[in-house]
Design a protein around this ligand. Structure first.
Ligand code: CUA
Length: 334
């Protein structure tokens, strides 16, 4: 029979690692961990991958040997029974027991080791909305949306819940997934080990804009984090700095905007939509739907359904001048 050509097993392993271990910002990988929990999960993943690879190579080797040798006639009086028994006992029973026992023990110890309770952890509350993330720091009375700031090297405790359908909070580079379930607060604890901006997403189908329910975790040095927290809690940066923005603030207050959105230090205290107190400092609009710039904001205000169909913000009747004023006001916040 013809010779079979197969890829060297090492090449297969290396290719798979490259595919799965991609670390571009657009497709974050848990194998590019930047947190205590993700590092442990990645270790477990590599152990599983290595053991599966060894089993695969051994089994594939036997298959290839069998194909190469072909069917042979056993000598008279030898039915191969004893040899077959060894294969069954070792390959069918002993090996799976050993492999699964090792994986079972390591999985249980890893699961027990992640999310340790830590005193003095930074408390954050996240509510899954349709289709964005309500974020608050209850100890400092700070509220924001879709961008979660955490200090590097300090434990963080995120309480996750939902007031509508189930969502799932997943930042692969920092920690595993945790569901947000109405009436059932779940807690995620982790510690970022490196400063950076880490992409997160909703990992549970939750409706028409599930795919656009994304967020970022911004891990920064503790002093920068404290500075941000103090500034946010003070309501700084919410006073219009020029006449156009001041007109925009009046539009915001007189139109339906203030009924749904809150802005610190103003009469706008709505809680249906995202808090906009630091809107101008945010990177994106609509939970990472589009970059935050004046053009996209003007389009969003005029008819957000064009950008994110099905989102719960209704179109608002405004004149072009009012839109310009609102954009100046909102982009100046933060
Ligand atoms: Cu929220 Cu999917």
């Amino acid at each position: 029979m013809g010779r079979l050509r197969v890829l060297h097993p090492c090449a297969v392993v290396a290719a798979a690692a490259l595919l799965l271990g991609g670390c571009s910002e657009d497709s974050p990988s848990l194998l590019d961990g930047k947190g205590t929990e993700s590092s442990r999960i990645a270790g477990l993943w590599w152990l599983m991958f290595a053991m599966a690879a060894v089993v695969y190579v051994v089994v594939a080797g036997f298959v290839l040997v069998a194909i190469a040798r072909g069917r042979r006639r056993a000598p008279d009086g030898d039915d191969g029974g004893a040899r077959d028994d060894v294969f069954i006992w070792v390959g069918g029973l002993a090996l799976p027991v050993v492999v699964l026992s090792i994986l079972g023990v390591v999985t249980v110890t890893t699961t027990r080791a992640v999310r340790p309770v830590a005193s003095g952890a930074v408390q954050i509350e996240v509510i899954g909305e349709r289709w964005w993330w309500d974020v608050s720091y209850p100890d400092e009375n700070v509220r924001t949306a879709n961008e979660i700031r955490v200090p590097v090297g300090q434990p963080v405790e995120v309480t996750l819940t939902s007031d509508n359908v189930a969502h799932s909070f997943w930042v692969p580079q920092l920690a595993g997934k945790v569901d947000l379930i109405p009436g059932q607060p779940n807690v995620l604890r982790f510690e970022a080990t490196e400063a950076g901006t880490y992409r997160g997403e909703c990992a549970e189908f939750c409706g028409i804009q599930h795919a656009n329910m994304n967020f970022v975790v911004i891990a920064e040095e503790p002093q920068d984090f404290q500075r941000w927290l103090a500034r946010r809690g003070s309501g700084a940066g919410t006073t219009p700095t020029d006449e156009l923005a001041a007109q925009g603030q009046r539009v915001f207050q007189s139109q339906p905007c203030a009924g749904c959105h809150a802005i610190e230090g103003t009469a706008a205290t709505g809680t249906i939509g995202p808090d906009l107190s630091d809107f101008g400092a945010r990177q994106t609009i609509g939970a990472l739907a589009v970059p935050n710039n004046p053009e996209n904001l003007a389009e969003w205000i005029t008819d957000s359904q064009e950008i994110k169909p099905g989102n719960l913000m209704p179109p608002i009747e405004l004149s072009p001048d009012q839109v310009t004023q609102l954009v100046a006001y909102l982009e100046g916040l933060g």
